[in-house]
Design a protein around this ligand. Structure first.
Ligand code: AGP
Length: 364
């Protein structure tokens, strides 16, 4: 069936707004609402010694978020690599590794080749894909579907949050299977995941405050995104989104890495966007923002209203919903996407068909 934009100006805007539903549908594949249990979905995580995720672009950042969860919740070592590097560098892999391809289309040439290579090495393979009839869905032994529905905008949004939702739920299941998560913790984490569609819907109501910020952003030549923990890959995703559709140069950095170089870029014309949920590293991120502000850099801190104000002038705040740290990458994906979207709209670019880009890169 033909997909229409309906009341929305662009497919990207529509797809951003579909995320409460697409995340909900995806989670219902991996979590049992009735029993509150995380399902293992055809993989015996107790028998897996290592996970190797391969992906490109936005799917690579989803994979990195998944890595933080697999290691933290399941004590399962996890590597994530860009498929175009993985496939040509003769990586050393061990037999008890589970190879996981992450892809919206299931057709990205480098990711598919990496998956095929892993299978030929005798590894168990799984694919987190949104197109369930795709080459990767057929190639992998285990299909871990996302249920984002057709994504038309070249800039990936709802496919990304669906990938993150699937990986977080699988990480909980892995933690249970490996004896790292007890029944009470499982119930708490599953409940947090099931709250994410509602909190994503709440985050969508940030559009007015985000739009206000993009008036300055649209004038910038360079933008820095900062985050720690799972907010670090999300910072890179934010930078990619802004580059893709607004053509503004942006970089995503781990906030703690700032002093090791990028702080040299800070001046009055270089905005810094900080993704700062109230988690165990909030204070660390806040002190990095003081350093930026002290050097005259405009700072936009996206954080819950109840988060303390970092000392130092010039820090502008945008309030995000307060949420369980596990689901922060899902909730904070929304302001990150809206920032790119409204900046691009202001610049008048072709949001759904940005220059030089294809929806899926099926040739190298
Ligand atoms: C995201 O906005 C991109 N256009 C791009 O990075 C994309 O995520 C990448 O090409 C991977 O595509 P896939 O998920 O279909 O494999």
């Amino acid at each position: 069936a033909m997909v229409e934009k309906g009341e929305y100006r662009h497919f990207m805007e529509k797809e951003i707004h579909e995320q409460p539903d697409s995340v909900q549908h995806t989670l219902s594949e991996y979590l049992d609402l009735v029993t509150g249990a995380a399902k293992t979905n055809a993989v015996d995580f107790a028998a897996v010694e290592r996970i190797q995720i391969v992906a490109c672009g936005t799917a690579f950042y989803a994979g990195q978020i998944g890595r933080y969860a697999f290691e933290k919740l399941a004590g399962l070592p996890c590597d994530v690599e860009i498929a175009s590097e993985f496939r040509y560098r003769s990586p050393a892999v061990s037999k008890s590794t589970l190879a996981v391809a992450v892809s919206q289309s299931g057709e990205t040439a480098d990711t598919l080749a990496s998956l095929t290579w892993c299978k030929a090495q005798g590894l168990k393979t799984a694919a987190v894909v949104n197109v369930h009839s795709s080459s990767m869905a057929r190639e992998a032994e285990v299909l871990w579907p996302t249920h984002a529905g057709p994504e038309i905008g070249v800039a990936s949004t709802k496919a990304f949050t669906a990938q993150v939702a699937a990986l977080l739920a699988l990480a909980v299941a892995a933690g249970v299977a490996r004896g790292r998560i007890d029944a009470a913790t499982e119930a708490e984490l599953v409940k947090a995941l099931f709250e994410s569609p509602r909190l994503i819907a709440e985050a969508l109501r940030m559009d007015g405050s985000i739009r206000a910020v993009t008036q300055d952003l649209a004038k910038a030549d360079d933008v820095l995104f900062l985050g720690r923990g799972a907010m670090f890959p999300l910072a890179m995703e934010g930078a990619l989104k802004l580059k893709e559709i607004s053509y503004i140069h942006a970089e995503g950095y781990a906030a703690g890495e700032l002093k090791h170089g990028p702080i040299a870029l800070i001046d009055e014309a270089t905005p810094t966007i900080a993704l700062a949920p109230l988690d165990e590293v909030f204070e660390k991120t806040a002190s990095n923002l003081q350093e930026v502000a002290a050097r005259g850099g405009p700072v936009i801190m996206i954080a819950p209203e109840k988060a303390p104000d970092p000392h130092g002038a010039g820090i502008r705040r945008v309030h995000a919903p307060d949420c369980h740290p596990l689901i922060a990458p899902l909730v904070y994906a929304v302001p990150v996407q809206l920032l790119a979207y409204y900046t691009a709209v202001q610049k008048g670019t072709d949001v759904d068909q940005p220059r030089n880009l294809a929806k899926s890169v099926t040739v190298e």
